[in-house]
Design a protein around this ligand. Structure first.
Ligand SMILES: C[S@@+](CC[C@H](N)C(=O)[O-])C[C@H]1O[C@@H](n2cnc3c(N)ncnc32)[C@H](O)[C@@H]1O
Length: 276
């Protein structure tokens, strides 16, 4: 695919809302909510993906998918849901919040793909509906920051397993609760988030591993602790100082004073199918 740098690239970047922070030509940096650029060298990603068929599940603007294309993948598929109201929202999430993101990520994805000339296919579907008869089988799969948003993370992992070749690898990158990990170092503990949150679960390190085994994956390697840093458009401080419903003041202060500055505690896990 050849790069087509639009003359009005800066205006087009400014007209969109960004989840990921990308370096684009002309020194343009997309104002993402998150910045995965410092994380990439710390992930156990293969240096070369030459000849591999790759899948990025829950790809958002496609940062990880484009990284796989840069590493020479033969084919990259970036999967996400265009209709954000079709996501697994919790009961109290307002309608506006539910559908507010529809089409946003694919517009950002297309602008980056065309500008950088990276050959990545976009697939608009739910992870739960992955089907080897339709999507075929992949050599390498990445899944970043997705399971926390799903009502049924084990079902999603199993669905991913169905489209992996027997010797394929899955790289999972998920946030982990530092406090639950320190307090319960040996026990798998997951906390349900307040009902108006866009995420379902906060897991400790043991629960992250336990979930992978439950979905019939073997852990090959684990990197912990990593951190996902916030991007230029994530507010430095809250608009107003109030404790969010179910979290309480301790968690709210910890988020803005520590996590917001340092980044989200994150674990990266290399996985293989336990029963290929
Ligand atoms: C937190 S973002 C993570 C983006 C990216 N993978 C990363 O690590 O930075 C989660 C993404 O998962 C997508 N998503 C949520 N539910 C999904 C589902 N059932 N199937 C596929 N994608 C889903 C959302 O649209 C969103 O783009």
């Amino acid at each position: 695919m050849t790069a087509t740098i639009p003359a009005d690239l800066r205006e087009r970047v400014e007209s969109l809302t960004w989840y990921h922070t990308f370096d684009l030509p002309g020194g343009i940096v997309t104002p993402g909510f998150y910045d995965l650029r410092p994380l990439i060298p710390k992930l156990p990603l293969p240096e070369s993906l030459a000849g591999k068929r790759c899948l990025d599940v829950g790809s958002a603007d496609g940062f990880l998918a484009f990284e796989m294309a840069r590493r020479g993948a033969a084919e990259v598929v970036s999967l996400d849901l265009d209709d954000s109201s079709a996501e697994d929202w919790q009961g109290d999430t307002g309608e506006e919040h539910k559908s507010g993101g529809s089409g946003r990520a694919s517009a950002a994805f297309r602008l980056v793909r065309d500008t950088l000339g990276l050959d990545v296919e976009r697939l608009d579907m739910s992870v739960y509906d992955l089907d080897p008869a339709e999507q075929g089988h992949f050599d390498y799969v990445v899944m970043g920051n997705l399971l926390l948003h799903l009502a049924d993370p084990a079902r999603a992992l199993r669905a991913i397993g169905t489209v992996m070749k027997p010797d394929a690898e899955l790289l999972s990158v998920e946030p982990v609760s530092l406090s639950l990990t320190v307090v319960h170092p040996r026990r798998p503990v997951a906390q349900l988030c307040p009902v108006d949150e866009p995420q379902w679960w906060t897991l400790n390190l043991r629960a992250n591993a336990r979930l992978m085994y439950a979905a019939e994956f073997d852990i090959v390697e684990r990197r912990w602790p990593l951190r996902v840093q916030f991007g230029p458009s994530f507010p430095r401080l809250p608009k107003e100082w109030r404790s969010k419903s179910g979290w309480g003041w301790g968690s709210t202060l910890n988020f803005w004073l520590v996590t917001r500055q340092v980044g989200l505690p994150t674990v990266a896990v290399r996985l293989r199918l336990a029963r290929p």
